[in-house]
Design a protein around this ligand. Sequence first.
Ligand code: PMP
Length: 380
Amino acid sequence: MQPHWIAERMSRIQASGIRKVFDLAKTLTDPINLSIGQPHYDVPEAVKEAAIAAIRAGHNGYTMTQGIPELRQRIAERILKERPGAASDLGKRGLLVTSGTSGGLVLALLTTINPGDEVIIFDPFFVMYPHLVTLAGGVPVCVDTYPRFQIDVDKLKAALTPRTKAILFNSPANPTGAVADRESVQALAELARERNLLLISDEIYRLFTYSGRFVSPLEFNEDVLVVEGFSKTHAMTGWRLGFAHGPAPIIEEMAKLQQFTFVCAPSPMQYAGLAACEYDTSDWTAEYARKRDRLVAGLRDHFEMTEPQGAFYLFPKAPWGTGTEFVTECIRNNLLVIPGNVFSQKDTHFRISYAADDWTIDRGIEVLVRLARQKGPRPD
Ligand code: PMP
């Protein structure tokens, strides 16, 4: 083995800080785990049955790279139902079933980003974004959204250069739980159109919107490239099913690349996806809204925070020390949360996931309040 066998690009891609927390978690006995980025409930029974039936029926081979026609049809119908205005545009738009939302993001960036192209990402950001931009040869350019985590269009404009190619946008957002308001989404979508920038909208938490209504930039700009998936809404994180829709020429290129990389999304899961589309997830949304309220009520008096309106995360400021110092003390107290610098150029905040049962959330609140009062790490 020669060190140079590892490509130079890998030195610019760090292992996810979340993995480090998960490795630490393995050393704790019965930790209070508020670090997980997936629902605490299981895949709906009807969806499991559909997957099993598909496997038994022999849907175990490759599918068309674009995805099975039934699922593409079903997803297209949903998009049309939600966005009736999109009807006239849908002919110009393509739809591709992908291996998770991550698969859609990888294909989207590799298909559109040239070496040296700048891609705007809003800080705090989903962990993958800067690395995927780097993988594609692009340059991630962060636009700070602290402390309210809403888009400031003037700040965004100031970050644009002649090399800016795309904007990567996520609402409801991981790790902040922020939901961009209608005016900001419209301003963002219109700015992208005026400046001929590709707007990529990661809508994976679309159904986890509690206060206000989810607004997609697609409402205001028919050239938006949307990536989405079933991982969070249907607790199918391990099943790797997502989809992307956008301008037909981009989707065609993404399909071409998928043919030579992922080949297709897992076949039985595409059939299960049909059942997932029929499943009403509103009870879960209501349950998570209640969990959000429970956590916020428990921490509000002790932490500086912007109340989240979606996803299943809270991103408070560390009450003392850096995000990493505070999280280290949390872990010493058997509580797993994620330091903010995993998602940000800053190390001032930390992420709590409330995708957990109420008992775990309550134990987490108890530890967090105690540590906030402690005003510093406990001496050994
Ligand atoms: N985008 C965001 C904002 C996410 O939080 C995640 C999962 N944590 C993904 C994409 C990737 O999801 P998937 O399992 O569909 O690849």
